[in-house]
Design a protein around this ligand. Sequence first.
Ligand SMILES: [Zn+2]
Length: 68
Amino acid sequence: MPKRILPFKACVKCKLLVPPNVEICPNCGSRDFSDDWEGIAIIINPEKSEIAQALNITNPGRYALKVR
Ligand SMILES: [Zn+2]
């Protein structure tokens, strides 16, 4: 699996994936982003998703599985 298959960067704090031109994370307000991330989890229903619970995700969205 390629490391980056989509042009996103990941929020270091909450792992949300955003387009490269976004400066502030819409999810947690952080300005720390990383281009070094792996895997994508699309969370539609955080309450019912085991991945969301494992990653402590409470809002729907696209998230990286690993952020360095
Ligand atoms: Zn964030």
